[in-house]
Design a protein around this ligand. Structure first.
Ligand SMILES: [Zn+2]
Length: 354
């Protein structure tokens, strides 16, 4: 019996073996179950892991956004400009009247000159009467006419140099300042001479003439006996070609009539300052185009940077000023000039490379 018991129980000790068919099936069944359970657990673990992983990836995507090189470059540039402004610039208060004074003011059909604006920070020296040429290099039609002192100084230099270079003293300063009433008379005369349409094409409405600004000059020819028409040709082309070096531009160019609305006037010089005359001439821009261009440059965006013919570097930008006034950024150190554009902005011109 014992042997039988032993014999019967012996295989049980060898579970997993191969001694009996019945026992073998049981073992295989258990093994399969175990394997299946393990497989099921592994699959669940993998799915769970994938969920965790994808959640983590999602979280990572939210927490650390991927920035392109271009975006990073922009962020770095903004940081650089912000730091530059904090270190190198200060703000000063300006009034709306300041936008209406200065060498760069635009006066045309749509930009009226303000006779009563009083600027606070934009230099606006009192206009002075024009003396005769000290060395008889040119003529002056009226010694009662007015110009800004810096304009007078530069037209004097320009016409004296012209006389020396060309051995000619026939140029005359014909017309500079016109009051509102003067312009009314000019317009009425032109309309009488040429008719309504042509007259208005040649003479602007009172309040809208550059001659109100004391920054504009009309030239003519006079040989001591009779007048001649100044056409900017022949030896007088020297003035057209060189006036930028004295801060002037030929305001109404032959290729800009559709923008200025005024026919070609080689005799009408407008003072804008040397650096601006240089840039406008080099880039063939009339004042309307230049003011539009400058409106796109700001202290915290891009600034217009250029070097003139003498190697002086400039950085130029504009600031919008509301009717209630405002502030503009100017260099903490280094020289700069301010001008309004008569279009609601102050133009800041910095010498050096701010
Ligand atoms: Zn004129």
């Amino acid at each position: 019996m014992n042997n039988n018991r032993n014999n019967r129980s012996a295989p049980a000790k060898r579970q997993g073996g191969t001694s009996s068919n019945n026992t073998g099936i049981n073992i295989s069944y258990n093994t399969v179950c175990l394997v299946l359970c393990l497989a099921f657990a592994l699959v669940n673990l993998r799915v769970f892991s994938l969920i965790i992983t994808s959640n983590d990836t999602l979280k990572a995507k939210i927490a650390v956004p991927v920035i392109s090189e271009e975006e990073q470059r922009k962020i770095d540039e903004q940081e650089r400009i912000k730091k530059d402004i904090e270190e190198n610039f200060i703000t000063i208060p300006v009034s709306f009247d300041d936008t209406r004074r200065g060498n760069l003011i635009l006066v045309n059909d749509t930009h009226e000159y303000s006779f009563d604006a009083i600027s606070t920070v934009v230099a606006d020296e009192q206009a002075i009467t024009i003396p005769d040429s000290s060395d008889a290099s040119y003529w002056v039609k009226s010694n009662y006419d007015l110009l800004k002192p810096n304009v007078l100084e530069n037209i004097d230099r320009l016409l004296c140099d012209f006389a020396i270079e060309n051995n000619n003293t026939d140029v005359m300063i014909l017309d500079t300042f016109r009051s509102y009433e003067d312009q009314q008379r000019v317009l009425a005369n032109k309309i009488e001479q040429l008719g309504e349409q042509q007259g208005r094409k040649i003479a602007t409405n009172p309040g809208f003439s550059e001659h109100h600004t004391c920054l504009a000059i009309d030239l003519t020819l006079f040989n001591g006996k009779e007048y001649g028409e100044y056409d900017g040709q022949g030896i007088y082309k020297w003035i057209t070609d060189n006036c930028k070096d004295y801060g002037f531009v030929i305001r109404y160019g032959s290729d800009k009539t559709d923008i200025t609305g005024i026919d070609y006037e080689p005799w009408h010089l407008r003072y804008v300052g040397n650096e601006h005359a240089y840039y406008m001439t080099q880039n063939n821009l009339c004042l309307e185009e230049y003011i539009t261009l400058l409106s796109q440059y700001t202290v915290d965006g891009q600034r217009l940077k250029f070097t003139d013919g003498d190697g002086n570097s400039y950085s130029v930008y504009s600031c919008v000023v509301g009717e209630e006034g405002g502030t503009v950024h100017v260099p903490r150190n280094g020289s700069y000039t301010l001008s309004g554009d008569n279009d609601g902005r102050i133009i800041v011109t910095c010498k050096t490379s701010y």
